[in-house]
Design a protein around this ligand. Structure first.
Ligand code: AMP
Length: 217
């Protein structure tokens, strides 16, 4: 199954994509994580991406489309994939449609997680991410067992540079202006599944699986 998980920053795309990926046994392709990894490895792409990410802006379409095109060619995507954070613009959605079509493939669904802005702000400003495995926590709603350390791999938890309040507002504005038009785009293609993203992780996952018509066992 080829899926997109969409939604504003903080809607739970990363968390739900990972869980859905485990459930469906398909790879999760997170463009945000790929870019953060490029930054960590100090590559040219990482340096270009950082300039935009630090301001809460999107990376140019031409760069992002190239990255995804390469990634989708890898053999692990043959049985399906979940895209977390791509596409984020109509140009990216068009490019994805074309890429898949050229391989005789297509997208099954675009799952959009809906969460109001005040809740997104609370979630993002308290979010902590593991430097090593990317697992996410919240200092109040979902703290790790040992402060500052990941439950899964004991890696160091940090606050992403773009999870500070001034950058969060820019990211929310960018979502409204550049990414939310994709809701109409996928609605028009009859691929959009809108899911309430409020509530616990298990509840949200159960809602997504139900909309996808997949049994939870
Ligand atoms: P995320 O981890 O999905 O919240 O992404 C973090 C940041 O990476 C975003 O705010 C953008 O700066 C950049 N980014 C991730 N995916 C894309 C994309 N598809 N197009 C452009 N920029 C992206």
């Amino acid at each position: 199954m080829n899926l997109i998980i969409m939604g504003p920053p903080g809607a739970g795309k990363g968390t739900q994509s990972r869980r859905l990926g485990e459930h469906l046994a398909v790879p999760v392709i997170s463009t945000g994580e790929m870019l953060r990894d490029e930054i960590k490895r100090k590559t040219t792409l990482g340096a270009q991406a950082k300039r935009h990410m630090d301001k809460g802006e999107l990376i140019p379409d031409s760069l992002m489309i190239g990255v995804i095109e390469e990634r989708l060619k890898r053999s692990d995507c043959a049985r399906g994939f979940i895209l977390d954070g791509f596409p984020r613009t109509v140009a990216q959605a068009d490019a994805l449609h074309k890429m898949l079509g050229e391989n005789g493939s297509s997208l099954e669904h675009a799952v959009s997680l809906a969460v109001p802005n005040d809740e997104l702000l609370k979630r993002l400003s308290g979010r902590r991410t593991c430097r090593d495995c990317g697992a996410m926590y919240h200092i109040i709603f979902d703290p790790p067992t040992n402060a500052g350390l990941c439950n899964k791999c004991n890696g160091e938890l940090y606050q992403r540079d773009d999870d500070y309040e001034d950058i969060i507002s820019s990211r929310l504005e960018v979502y409204e202006s550049q990414t939310s038009p994709l809701l109409d785009y996928y609605r028009g293609h009859r691929q959009l599944l809108e899911v309430d993203g409020i509530g616990g992780r298990d509840d949200v996952l159960a809602r997504i699986l139900k909309r996808l018509g997949i049994s939870q066992s």
